[in-house]
Ligand binder design. Structure first.
Ligand SMILES: [Zn+2]
Length: 412
C-alpha cells in the first residue's frame, strides 16, 4: 500500500461565499499543495445542497472527505439582508480514523466561524474577483489556526496508538479480525487435510465467513504462497458506505489468520482496493503474500495484481462501448463525446467534468488508480486514451492525481 502523505499536505481549509446570482464561489483555499485543478474539481464536486446554518455536514467523494458549515453575516445592503458563507475542512486520502474524527471538528469550526462573523474584512473580501489571502491577515490567521488546531486534534487521537504505518482504528480492527480468523480456521470442515483446494472450497462456502461478505478466490498459487481474493458486499462497506477510505481491516486480519493456517506459515494480507473508497467499485480486493517476504517482494506482487486489474478494467471499458454503441458508430462521434463515453464506461473513473473553450477541450478526471505508483497505470494512460478513443489527447497529472486531459479543437 502506498504510504500516505503527511496530514498537513492532505488538508485544505476552504472559504466560500454564496453569491445571489453566481452561486457558491471559492474565496480562499489554505493548502500546502496549491493546485488550481484540485481546487476547481473540489468546488465542482462539493455538495452544497444539504447545508444547514451552523451545523457541520460531512460528505465524501472521489478520494476526499470534507466537513462543511454554512453561516451568514447580517448586511443591510445585501439582498435578503445577509451575506452567506461556507467554511469547509477537506482531507485528501483519509484514513478511517480521520473519517470518523472529522465530524468531531464541528466545535473547532464553530469557534472560527464565531470570530469570522465579527470581521468587517469579510464584506470587503467579497467585492474582489480574486481576493488574495495575505491581504486579509485576520482572516488568514483564523483559517490557518483552524488547520493547525485540527492537526493537533488528530495528533492527540493518534498518540500511543501508532505502531506501524496503518492508522489507529484499522490496526485495532485488523487485530480483532485476526483473532476471529484463527477461530474460523480451526472450525473449517475439511475432508482431505493436506488438500489446499479442499481448504479454499471450505473457505468460500463457510457460513461463518460469508456473514462478512461474498468471498471469491480470483487467483491462488499455494507454491508461491500468493492469492488474490475479492469480497463483494463486505459488511463494513455496506454499513459505512462510500467514505473515501478503506474500511475492511477486520476482513484483512481475518483472511491473514485463515491463510496462515491453510499455507501453514505466517502470511500477510493487504486490502488493496475497497468498495468504500469509490462509488464505482463494487468489490474489495485483498492480496495474500508470504509473511517472511521482504517489503519489496510484497509490493511487487501487489503492483502486479493492480496492473492486471487495471488492464482488465480498461478492456471492460472498451467492450462496454462496443456492445452499447458499436465500434464504427463510436468512432464517428464527436471527439468530446467519444471521451465522455470512454470516461463513463471506465470502471476506474469515479468522476469527470469538462471545461471547454474555443481552442481546447479540457477534462478533469478523478481516477481510482491515483493512489498507486505511476508505472502501474498512469504512465500508459495517455496512450490508452489515444488508442481507444482515437482522440489526440495530452495528459497532465496533479499532485493528488486528478488528471487534466486536453485536446486541441480543429477550428483553431
Ligand atoms: Zn473493503
Amino acid at each position: 500500500m502506498a504510504e500516505r502523505a503527511d496530514l498537513r499536505n492532505r488538508i485544505n481549509v476552504m472559504l466560500f461565499h454564496f453569491d445571489q446570482r453566481l452561486g457558491p464561489r471559492l474565496l480562499f483555499n489554505v493548502a500546502e499543495i496549491q493546485d488550481t485543478r484540485i481546487t476547481a474539481s473540489l468546488t465542482r464536486l462539493m455538495d452544497f445542497n444539504f447545508l444547514e446554518e451552523n451545523r457541520a455536514f460531512v460528505n465524501a467523494m472521489a478520494n476526499v472527505v470534507y466537513s462543511s458549515m454554512f453561516f451568514s453575516i447580517p448586511n443591510p445592503i445585501a439582498r435578503g439582508g445577509v451575506e452567506q458563507f461556507m467554511l469547509s475542512f477537506v482531507i485528501f486520502d483519509p484514513t478511517i480514523t480521520e473519517y470518523l474524527t472529522i465530524s468531531s471538528l464541528e466545535e473547532e469550526m464553530s469557534k472560527i466561524i464565531s470570530k469570522l462573523i465579527l470581521l468587517s474584512e469579510m464584506f470587503i473580501i467579497i467585492t474582489y474577483t480574486n481576493p488574495i489571502l495575505e491581504e486579509f491577515p485576520e482572516v488568514e490567521n483564523l483559517l490557518k489556526s483552524l488547520r493547525d488546531n485540527t492537526i493537533s486534534v488528530f495528533q492527540d487521537i493518534f498518540i500511543g496508538q501508532i505502531e506501524g504505518t496503518k492508522d489507529a482504528i484499522s490496526q485495532i480492527l485488523g487485530k480483532i479480525g485476526f483473532e476471529a480468523g484463527k477461530q474460523i480456521a480451526q472450525e473449517l470442515r475439511v475432508e482431505e487435510e493436506d488438500s489446499v483446494k479442499a481448504y479454499t472450497d471450505a473457505l468460500v462456502n463457510s457460513p461463518i465467513l460469508t456473514r462478512w461478505g461474498n468471498i471469491n478466490i480470483l487467483h491462488f498459487d499455494p507454491g508461491e504462497k500468493v492469492a488474490t481474493i475479492s469480497v463483494d458486499g463486505s459488511i463494513w462497506t455496506e454499513s459505512l458506505g462510500v467514505i473515501a477510505t478503506k474500511t475492511c481491516a477486520f476482513i484483512e486480519g481475518m483472511l491473514e489468520a485463515i491463510f496462515s493456517k491453510i499455507l501453514d506459515e505466517p502470511i500477510i494480507c493487504d486490502e488493496m482496493r475497497c468498495a468504500s473508497e469509490y462509488s464505482y467499485v463494487k468489490d474489495c480486493i485483498f492480496q495474500i503474500a508470504p509473511g517472511g517476504s521482504s517489503r519489496e517482494i510484497t509490493a511487487y506482487k501487489e503492483d502486479q495484481t493492480i496492473k492486471d486489474m487495471g488492464a482488465q478494467e480498461r478492456e471492460k471499458a472498451v467492450e462496454a462501448i462496443i456492445s452499447d454503441i458499436g465500434e464504427k458508430f463510436y468512432h464517428e462521434l464527436d471527439p468530446m463525446i467519444r471521451l465522455i463515453q470512454l470516461f463513463n464506461k471506465a470502471p476506474f473513473v469515479s468522476d469527470h467534468f469538462i471545461q471547454d473553450s474555443e481552442e481546447e477541450v479540457k477534462f478533469l478526471v478523478v481516477c481510482n488508480y491515483w493512489r498507486y505508483p505511476n508505472e502501474i497505470m498512469c504512465n500508459s494512460c495517455e496512450k490508452w486514451i489515444r488508442k481507444s478513443s482515437k482522440v489526440p489527447v495530452n495528459l497532465l497529472k496533479s499532485k493528488h492525481r486528478i488528471c487534466e486531459i486536453t485536446y486541441e479543437t480543429e477550428n483553431q
